[in-house]
Unconditional design. Structure first.
Length: 260
């Protein structure tokens, strides 16, 4: 489908503002950038956890967005996505990495907004990805800051990863859909307030589950097991997880965007 030129122009404007706010430059990767991107991915997930150079080159050559964020010419963030068509054409945003000293500084946000602008320019109006539902900052980033919507719960989606981040923890994931030009997303990108969702049930998130996993693996495993039951039951009842202003989950039947 085609996207109005005004929407594309506005998407690039927002992406440019986000990059400037994070003091980075975001652009599509070139072949000379790929070794640096592999380094970013391996710094994040461990040696051997990145697609190899040939795979990245092929993805980029085919037009899939492999993006790089730089500061003073040095790579500080990268992301890659690829086209999918299950239940409709979309971009699956698969990997995103930011160097530790820039995390929380808006680099990931700038990369996501640049992906969004590229998609809209190509007539792609939806992006999807998965995230660990117990990582509070990621839930806030995805559901509140970006305005994405949870569409499914995928227990142990990747199997046992044994990477730097997850270790032996189960790879449970929420799948989210980012409807790029929807009222819900535009509200989020404008910094609109968190909605007061009608809660059928709720689930409090740990302030820092990753720290809990490092300090108390048994306690973290217990939280994971408890959450699996809650998430599976709630989504099985067609309740949708949203976040409160305190960044805890509520499960609701409210329309995801009553203005849409």
């Amino acid at each position: 489908m085609s996207v109005a030129e005004q929407s594309v122009t506005e998407a690039y404007r927002l992406a440019t503002i986000a990059a400037a706010s994070a003091a980075v430059t975001v652009r599509t990767a070139e072949p000379r950038d790929l070794d640096g991107i592999i380094g970013l991915f391996e710094r994040t997930w461990g040696v051997g956890r990145s697609p190899d150079r040939a795979m990245l080159l092929a993805l980029d050559f085919a037009g899939n967005p492999v993006l790089l964020a730089t500061q003073h010419g040095k790579p500080v963030g990268a992301t890659l996505g690829f086209l999918g068509w299950t239940d409709g054409v979309h971009l699956h945003s698969h990997m995103a990495a930011v160097v530790p000293w820039h995390r929380g500084g808006g680099v990931g946000y700038a990369l996501k907004l640049f992906q969004r602008a590229l998609c809209l320019e190509q007539g792609i109006t939806e992006m999807r990805w998965t995230f660990d539902p117990l990582i509070r900052r990621n839930a806030h980033f995805n559901l509140v800051k970006l305005g994405a919507e949870v569409t499914g719960f995928l227990p142990d989606f990747y199997g046992r990863l044994d990477d730097v981040i997850s270790g032996s923890d189960r790879s449970d994931r929420f799948e989210v859909r980012w409807s790029l030009d929807s009222p819900r997303v535009l509200h989020a990108l404008a910094g609109g307030p968190v909605r007061d969702w009608t809660a059928v049930t709720s689930w409090p998130l740990d302030v820092d589950f990753e720290q809990l996993r490092a300090d108390d693996p048994v306690g973290a495993a217990r939280r994971r097991e408890d959450s699996r039951l809650v998430f599976a039951e709630a989504l099985g009842r067609e309740l949708r997880p949203e976040l409160t202003a305190d960044n805890d989950y509520v499960f609701t039947t409210d329309a995801s965007d009553p203005r849409g």
